[in-house]
Design a protein around this ligand. Structure first.
Ligand code: ADP
Length: 634
């Protein structure tokens, strides 16, 4: 081994230490994935070199035979992976193999419970990458040199995975990275050609470059075996270029794990070859679950972009809208130039038409999933429903299609689960119902018992119950679905249209007329607190209700705006009372104006409470109520 200089010992970032600890204890049942993770990294490193070499061919240093080699030494109990990819310099090694760059990692780590079964799932979602080497090794040596730097700028990284690592400068004639795993006692089964070959076939067959194993004899450590003694064990062709019919489900699944850094299978995929004006291949996946950083602004998103089989960039964001940021995949274009940049991608009209087509592919894939695998779709909605709800605002052209994919809780006995699609809703609509009714609120418990639903319950009309924070905002972008408009049942003067018979309407008008006096008295009593007072025909059990003006902001939107520090225009509610409720009848007959005032204010405050609002003057409410209680018991 060559001379080591500038040796130093450094500590891992806290998160790495936590990850290492948890990983070793929770991934023990699936140890072999370490090889998949390291091969995945090596393949990425080769992809990067190939791309950089387009502009700087000298990076290839005369060796364009790109590959990954895996070897082993039974006696020394080592497994060695070697790639001739881009390599790392000293700084790269210190940052990449000593820290975790993903934002939100510290928070993520806090959520781990120490429960091994549960955590192994969580860690899988996080993606352990390089550090998985420590599942099977108690010491890992990494020898690397960044392509294009002198042989004397090689670096040796070494660690036992226990809190610190060493780095030293070495001579490394070949560019790229060699990783030597010193297997833990009891893990020497991996120092075996047959075993390694099987693992590679199982997990890494889809890797587009050759993965070689020594043919018969294992070379001694550090000694290169003659080329003739190596053989390629994987298929070594780009999976997305193969015809759909020839790719097995397992291959699609493993490929997904490689590009998505996910341990679990995807929910669905869509593989397409487009020919004609534009030519490209795309392979898009719906993940099985949400990544831990789905809501982090700076979290990576986008597709892996290839141009004529050459990897060009990760996280190409311009191919899909933001609300589909959870989609993973590859797009390989024949039309783009190899030196395309992110800036160009943002402006290129080719990208626009690809984006339109890819967006449609994803929506079609989701439609198919919803139709054919409703149970799976439920899972999808749990994970990504919130993000899909951003769709109608962002993607005007596909509004109707996205609306069809939305799922809501409803009065149709969903128990708060978001499982009702708009098409189901309309299929169940009453005769003559030409509206889609919904109610928004803070929690399911609150909306489910809202007095606003009384008339709907009586008439057996389904109402969608919307309790996600973004729902009211979402609904401001949805005006109709399948030609039927949406109606917020807490808003304006509820008109049930054909659902009310002529007799009902006539009767309601007569009642309203007979209560004109009461309306006036209430207006005087409630004064500034209300915008209007009117007779309600949506109540059966409750005495009164507060309706929101047609143009006013609802409670959710008000809270969102207030939380973001914006000034929200003060809007007054409409006080609607139930003329046949005994309390209202009592109120109507009340002679004392003072008592009439107290009672009206109590009814008003109760209606606000039932709508989930907080009272402006809770103390006054309590005083009035207690006054009445005292009178009652006197
Ligand atoms: P991830 O691959 O998810 O970024 P890893 O922990 O697996 O996370 O790797 C961290 C980083 O280390 C990689 O992003 C890459 O920059 C670098 N790296 C790992 N393996 C290699 C390799 N074989 N050649 C070059 N760089 C590598």
């Amino acid at each position: 081994m060559s001379v080591e200089t500038q040796k130093e010992t450094l500590g891992f970032q806290t998160e790495v230490k936590q990850l290492l600890h948890l990983m070793i204890h929770s991934l023990y049942s699936n140890k072999e994935i370490f090889l998949r993770e390291l091969i995945s990294n090596a393949s990425d490193a080769v992809d990067k070199l190939r791309f950089e070499a387009l502009a700087k061919p000298e990076l290839l240093e005369g060796g364009a035979d790109l590959k990954i080699r895996v070897s082993f030494d039974k006696d020394a109990k080592t497994v060695t992976l070697e790639d001739n990819g881009i390599g790392m310099n000293r700084d790269d090694v210190i940052t990449h193999l000593g820290t975790i760059a993903k934002s939100g990692t510290a928070d993520f780590m806090k959520n781990l419970s120490g429960d091994q079964k549960k955590d192994s799932h969580l860690i899988g979602q996080f993606g352990v990458g390089f550090y998985s080497a420590f599942i099977v090794a108690d010491k890992v040596d990494v020898y690397s040199r960044r392509a294009g730097t002198p042989a004397s700028e090689g670096v040796h990284w070494s660690s036992k995975g226990e809190g610190e690592f060493e780095v030293a400068t070495i001579d490394k004639p070949e560019r790229g990275t060699r990783i030597v795993l010193h297997l833990k006692a009891g893990e020497d089964e991996f120092a075996d050609g047959w075993r390694l070959r099987n693992i590679i076939k199982k997990y890494s067959d889809h890797i587009a470059l050759p993965i070689e194993l020594p043919k018969d004899v294992a070379p001694a450590e550090g000694e290169e075996a003659p080329a003739a003694e190596w053989e390629t064990v994987n298929r070594a062709s780009a999976l997305w270029t193969r015809p759909r019919t020839e790719v097995k489900d397992e291959e699609y699944q493993e490929f997904y794990k490689h590009i998505a850094h996910d341990f679990e299978n995807p929910l669905a995929w869509s593989h397409n070859k487009v020919e004609g004006k534009l030519e490209y291949n795309s392979l898009l996946y719906v993940p099985g679950r949400a990544p831990f950083d789905l809501y982090q602004r700076e979290a990576p998103r986008g597709l892996k972009l290839y141009v004529q089989r050459v990897f060009v960039m990760d996280q190409a964001e311009s191919f899909l809208p933001l609300y589909l940021r959870f989609i993973k995949g590859v797009v390989d274009s024949n039309d783009l130039s190899l030196n395309v940049s992110r800036e160009i991608l943002q402006k290129d009209p080719i990208i626009d038409s690809m984006k339109t087509a890819l967006t449609k592919r994803v929506l079609d894939m989701l439609e198919k999933l919803a139709k054919n695998e409703p149970e799976q779709y439920k899972g999808f909605w749990k994970n990504f429903g919130q993000v899909m709800k951003e769709g109608p605002a962002e993607d005007f052209a596909n509004k109707e299609k996205i609306a069809g994919l939305l799922r809501f809780a409803s009065t149709h006995g969903t128990d708060g689960e978001q499982i009702v699609g708009l098409a189901d809703y309309l299929a169940r609509a009453k005769e003559g119902q030409d509206k889609i009714y919904y109610l928004t609120g803070e929690t399911y418990a609150q909306v489910k018992n809202s007095p606003h639903l009384e008339v709907f319950r009586k008439k057996g009309i389904e109402v969608l119950l919307l309790t996600d924070r973004i729902d009211e905002w979402l609904m401001s972008y949805l005006s109709e679905f399948d030609g039927k408009s949406f109606v917020d049942v807490a808003r304006g003067d509820l008109d049930l249209g054909k659902l009310d018979s002529e007799e009902d309407k006539k009767a309601a008008e007569e009642v309203a007329k007979s209560k004109e006096g009461l309306v006036e008295r209430l207006k005087t009593a409630l004064g500034d607190s209300v915008a209007e007072v009117r007779v309600s025909h949506r109540l059966t059990d409750s005495p009164a209700i507060l309706a929101i003006g047609e143009q006013d902001l609802g409670l959710q939107m008000r809270q969102i705006l207030e939380a973001s520090g914006q000034k929200v225009p003060d809007s007054k509610p409409i006080f609607e009372f139930n003329p046949s409720h005994p309390l209202i009848e009592k109120l109507d007959g009340e002679q004392s104006e003072e008592r009439f005032g107290d009672l009206s204010h109590i009814l008003f405050d109760q209606a606000a409470l039932a709508a989930g609002e907080s009272l402006k003057d809770p103390a006054a409410y309590v005083t009035r109520l207690n006054k009445l209680l005292v009178e009652l018991s006197a």
